[in-house]
Write a protein that binds this ligand. Structure first.
Ligand SMILES: N[C@H](CCC[C@H](N)C(=O)O)C(=O)O
Length: 290
C-alpha cells in the first residue's frame, strides 16, 4: 500500500502525520511500526492520524500511535503539529482555533500570531485508579503537601528505590525530581519505570530538574517510544507535579533537549495550557508492506 505522509516536529519530538480526512487507512500495528522505523521507514516518535469530525461541535478526530505501534490517549507536541497541519492544508477554513477529539477527551489547539501554538490540554487527573497506578501496600510520602511514592525498581540495586509523583494528562506519567537532568540515568531507570508492574498500562517516565520557580529542565523516557527530545504531556505533568510539590509557580518555562515549552496551570480542576513550536519538515510517500 503506497501512502502519502507529512513529517513534522514539535520541539524535536517528531511525527509522521497522515491525512485520513478523505479516506481511512486502517493501518496495522506493524504498519505503524514500519512508518516509525528510523532505518527501514520514515522515522518518528509517534504517528498522528487526522480524521473527520466524529460529532457536531468537534472539528477533527486525532488518533495517536507510538513508535511501538500501540494506540495512546494523548500527545501534546503532536497536538500542536496537528493544528499546524490542518490549517496549512486548508482543512480548518479560516479557523485558528480548533476542537479535537482524542481517546482521552477534547483538546483545543490555537495558533498564535507569533507562530507558536497554545493547547488547552484539559485538567490533570490524580485519582490513582484513573492514571492507572496500583499503590497497594505502599504508603504515600507527603512532600510539600502532595504524595510521592517510593517504588522498588527490581534487582538494579543502585536504582532500588525512586520517589515518583504520579498523574495523568490523559496518558499516564511518573515524574522524578533530579538534581541534574544531564546526569540522570534516563536510559537505565526510564524503561524500569515505564514497565513497572504498578502501572497496568505502562507509563511515561519524567526526570525534572527545578532551575527556579519559573523554569525547569526535563527529560522524558516515553512509553512506547523511549527517550524523546521533548514530551508535551510530560512537560504538563512535570509542571503540575512541581506546582503540587510547592516548588513551582503557575507559569513555567520547560527546557527540553529539543526546545522550549511553556506550561501554565492555575491549580485544582483548571486546564493545563501548553505553548510551543510546530514545524513541517518534509512531505513524502512510502510503500507500506501489508
Ligand atoms: N508516549 C506517550 C504518547 C506521546 C506523548 C508525547 N510525545 C507528547 O508530546 O505528549 C504515551 O505513550 O502516553
Amino acid at each position: 500500500m503506497r501512502i502519502r505522509f507529512t513529517k513534522m516536529q514539535g520541539a524535536g519530538n517528531d511525527f509522521v502525520v497522515l491525512d485520513e480526512t478523505r479516506q481511512r487507512l486502517d493501518l496495522s500495528a506493524a504498519q505503524y511500526r514500519q512508518l516509525a522505523d528510523r532505518h527501514f521507514g520514515v522515522g518518528a516518535d509517534q504517528i498522528l492520524s487526522v480524521r473527520p469530525a466524529p460529532a457536531p461541535g468537534i472539528d477533527f478526530e486525532y488518533v495517536i500511535h507510538n513508535a511501538d505501534g500501540g494506540e495512546v490517549e494523548q500527545c501534546g507536541n503532536g497536538a500542536r503539529c496537528f493544528a499546524r497541519f490542518v490549517v496549512d492544508k486548508g482543512l480548518a477554513g479560516a479557523r485558528r482555533s480548533i476542537k479535537v477529539k482524542t481517546l482521552s477527551g477534547v483538546i483545543e489547539p490555537r495558533l498564535n500570531e507569533d507562530g507558536r501554538i497554545t493547547v488547552d490540554m484539559g485538567p490533570p487527573v490524580f485519582e490513582l485508579a484513573d492514571i492507572p497506578f496500583d499503590a497497594a501496600g505502599l504508603s504515600p510520602h507527603p512532600f510539600g503537601g502532595w504524595q510521592q511514592w517510593h517504588i522498588a525498581l527490581g534487582t538494579h540495586a543502585e536504582y532500588a528505590l525512586v520517589h515518583i509523583a504520579v498523574l495523568s494528562m490523559g496518558n499516564p506519567h511518573a515524574v522524578q525530581l533530579v538534581d541534574d537532568v544531564d546526569a540522570a540515568p534516563v536510559a537505565k531507570v526510564g524503561p524500569l519505570v515505564e514497565n513497572h508492574n504498578r502501572f497496568p498500562k505502562r507509563v511515561n517516565a519524567g526526570f525534572m530538574q527545578v532551575v527556579d520557580r519559573g523554569r525547569i529542565k526535563l527529560r522524558v523516557w516515553e512509553r512506547g517510544a523511549g527517550e524523546t527530545l521533548a514530551c508535551g504531556t510530560g512537560a504538563c505533568a512535570a509542571v503540575v507535579a512541581g506546582i503540587r510539590l510547592g516548588k513551582l509557580d503557575h507559569r513555567v518555562d520547560v527546557e527540553t533537549r529539543g526546545g522550549l515549552l511553556t506550561i501554565e496551570w492555575a491549580g485544582g480542576a483548571a486546564p493545563v495550557y501548553m505553548t510551543g513550536p510546530a514545524v513541517t519538515v518534509f512531505e513524502g510517500e512510502m510503500e507500506l508492506q501489508e
